[in-house]
Design a protein around this ligand. Structure first.
Ligand code: DGT
Ligand code: CA
Ligand code: CA
Ligand code: ZN
Length: 587
């Protein structure tokens, strides 16, 4: 019997992204954008599309943004035959690893095509070899600098290794979790490890289960469709690899040890080790089975109980990184400030201050983005499209920006008449130029409700120059927020060189908000910089950087990053209602 292949939504999206790139390489019009849109839609769809299709047939595609008749037919073919002809045909023309190659900075589909036609480069290894021998810079239209950049980017990717960006595998993890929860012999289940601590990347998925029939649970897990390979399996411990390439550790523990095990497998390892030594100092022993005094179990059923016996209040998983949480917890237990922070909650955001629309590189209209934000529970958004010096995004010039201000006013009126509540602010993501000046004049900026400024080029300036550049932008009295301040892309591009302490001081002095961009591969500011801002009393915002209506769902990853940086509600400007937000921005 041939088992039909099962595709995760991420795998489907990757195929569609590849289609977009293949078409773009061929110089085909419109299709690349259509496939990109469909890929976005599939990627952020909650339910697995293949499962939905098996259950509901073609109706499965109706709710997926960007998936029209043509693409639905391709997916249908993929589900029923395991492949589809259009894709194979395109692949035959250019048999290269497009996804791998285009993940190198500065390599787009057109470059992939040129490299294939002139040097027969198929994958990243080929590219690296050619670049090292200086063959790229000898091609027409390629410069020495481009070649050097490619090599740098390849080196960075190799160094970052195989950690998965949490937000990009979240749908797969949730789906696996639901599948295991449905196994009748499973009593309770939690995903522990770095997932539960909301780290920006995870090395693997750690699943903790209680069950009275561990053998049955394990054998049913091995039979789940996403499982690709079994490293080892026993009644308490099983290790597998999923088809998506990520490893899973499964542990079954007795119910009486649940809390101790959850604590142990949530980590972090240094946090565990510290707790263990605190137990030892009292002559006790802490393990994944419980807290023991000799043979007597003192605690272990819940995490709260374990912490309590050790003299601590409950510590949120996001704080368990040994960055001072035990000292703060101890002070709190002794009634001495400062204790643990009262972390920003996952439902605390009232607005989103970075949203792109189809006026530039977003996929949807102002109105559609507003409706989606309102459905996501927000009270306001700022429309912040790119500006003119980012030509590839069709950035707005002064005239278009002012047109957009009027369009936003009209949209607000229209939505208000229809009884909708969310308010749209007129904003901008102004491009910061090499010298720290902005590409939109001050007079125009002063007409906006809110101005975000961001760096999108010259990532390799020296630390001094880069810091001065950003500080100059903050000194502009119209600039309310710096978006994605360090410009890193997780696993793809390092941070720009900044004297972060100086940046934070300048933010404080100028009253500029620093952003936590919540998009999963940005999370910029990162957690440790968030903590520095909290300590310095610098306000931050948590924004989605949405380019499509479904992207508001990424806000939770930004909130997690804020929590990992100990941020409270008072530290996050968009936890405020609109009326109070205005008072926190520059006038
Ligand atoms: P990851 O998977 O690299 O993103 O990070 P974690 O934190 O999920 O680490 P992982 O999967 O190796 O182990 C899960 C948890 O198990 C870890 O957070 C703490 C605990 N753990 C693992 N190895 C040790 C150890 O040698 N000693 C102690 N005390 N705890 C450990
Ligand atoms: Ca892990
Ligand atoms: Ca693990
Ligand atoms: Zn954009």
């Amino acid at each position: 019997m041939i088992r039909r292949r099962h595709f995760s939504n991420q795998e489907l999206a990757n195929i569609l992204y590849e289609m977009a790139a293949l078409y773009e390489m061929q110089g085909v019009q419109f299709k690349p954008r259509a496939y990109d849109r469909a890929a976005h839609g599939v990627e952020s769809h909650e339910e697995n599309l293949q499962d939905l299709f098996m259950e509901h047939g073609e109706a499965a595609f109706a709710g997926v943004p960007g998936v029209g008749k043509g693409i639905a037919d391709h997916l249908k073919e993929l589900f029923t035959r395991g492949h589809f002809r259009e894709y194979e045909k395109l692949k035959r023309k250019v048999p290269v690893d497009i996804v791998g190659l285009t993940s190198i900075e500065g390599v787009g589909p057109k470059t992939v095509r040129a490299l294939w036609e002139q040097l027969r480069i198929r994958d990243v290894d080929d590219l690296e070899r050619a670049a090292r021998r200086g063959m790229i810079s000898k091609l027409p239209h390629f410069r020495k600098r481009t070649e050097e950049k490619m090599l740098k980017s390849i080196e960075f990717m190799r160094k970052s290794g195989k950690r998965f960006i949490l937000g990009f595998v979240a749908a797969d993890v949730e789906r696996l979790k639901r599948m295991i929860e449905k196994i009748p012999e499973v009593d309770s289940l939690e995903v522990a490890g770095s997932w539960r601590r909301w780290k920006e990347t995870i090395g693997d998925i750690d699943i903790l289960i209680t069950s009275k029939k561990p053998k049955a649970v394990m054998s049913k897990i091995l039979a789940l469709p996403p499982v690709a390979h079994v490293y080892g399996t026993g009644s308490t411990k099983t290790n597998v690899r999923l088809k998506s390439g990520i490893d899973v550790d499964v542990r079954v523990v007795p119910a009486k040890s649940w809390g101790a095990a959850l604590n142990y497998f949530t980590g972090s390892k240094p946090h565990n080790i510290a707790l263990r030594s605190i137990a030892q100092k009292r002559g006790w022993k802490l393990s994944e089975y419980g807290l023991f005094k000799g043979k007597k179990m003192l605690a272990g059923k819940t995490e709260e109980e374990v912490y309590k016996h050790l003299g601590f209040p409950y510590i949120e998983p996001e704080l368990r990184e040994m960055s001072g949480e035990l000292e703060a917890a101890l002070r709190q237990a002794q009634g001495k400030p400062p204790g643990l922070p009262k972390l920003t909650g996952y439902k605390d955001l009232k607005g989103d201050l970075q949203v792109q629309t189809n006026w530039t590189d977003g996929s949807a209209s102002i109105e559609k983005m507003a409706d989606a934000a309102e459905a996501a529970g927000l009270e306001y958004i700022a429309v912040t499209d790119h500006t003119k010096s980012l030509a590839m995004t069709h950035g707005l010039n002064e005239k278009r920006l002012l047109e957009q201000v009027r369009e936003i006013a009209r949209t607000n009126q229209k939505r208000k008449r229809a009884g909708k509540k969310l308010v749209i602010l007129a904003g901008s993501e102004v491009n910061i130029q090499k010298d720290g000046s902005l590409d939109i004049d001050d007079k125009t900026l002063s007409k906006l409700d809110i101005v975000g400024a961001a760096i999108h080029s010259y990532f390799d300036l020296s630390r001094n120059e880069q810091t001065r550049r950003l500080v100059r932008a903050m000194e502009n009295k119209n600039v309310d927020i710096i978006f994605h301040p360090t410009c890193r892309l997780i696993n793809a591009r390092p941070e720009i060189q900044l004297d972060i302490e100086q940046v934070i001081r300048a933010a404080k002095r100028t009253g500029t908000v620093l952003e936590i961009d919540a998009y999963p591969d940005r999370l910029d500011l990162r957690d440790e910089y968030v903590k520095k801002c909290v300590e310095a009393g610098v306000l931050m915002s948590i924004d989605s950087d949405a380019h499509a209506p479904e992207h508001f769902s990424v806000l939770k990853f930004g909130i997690a990053t804020a929590r990992r940086g100990w941020a409270e509600r008072k530290d996050i400007v968009n936890t405020l209602p609109l009326s109070k937000l205005r008072g926190k921005l520059k006038s």
